[in-house]
Write a protein that binds this ligand. Structure first.
Ligand code: SF4
Length: 79
């Protein structure tokens, strides 16, 4: 998956580890970076389209500052 907005993604400057933590890890540092990212909205929208109504366990990583759990809840609330 590649989108034009990804060229401005702050996560591309720090690598994926913070954004895809091991099981039991947290997303706090990634979310702090996302909060400053100029493409946060496009990123969140892309995740919403790509993941659709996927189960929580099929969602991975931080997108637009949102964790898999948060995105699952948002999808349910939007339904
Ligand atoms: S908002 Fe998206 S593109 Fe920006 S740093 Fe976070 S995960 Fe990366």
């Amino acid at each position: 998956m590649s989108h034009d907005w990804m060229a401005d993604a702050l996560c591309a400057q720090v690598g994926p580890d913070l954004f895809f933590p091991e099981k039991g890890g947290n997303y706090r540092q990634a979310q702090q970076i996302c909060a400053r990212c100029p493409v946060q909205e496009a990123c969140a929208q892309t995740a919403a389209v790509h993941e659709g109504d996927s189960h929580r366990h099929l969602r991975h990583g931080t997108w637009g500052g949102h964790t898999p759990t948060t995105r699952t809840r948002q999808n349910r609330e939007a339904a």
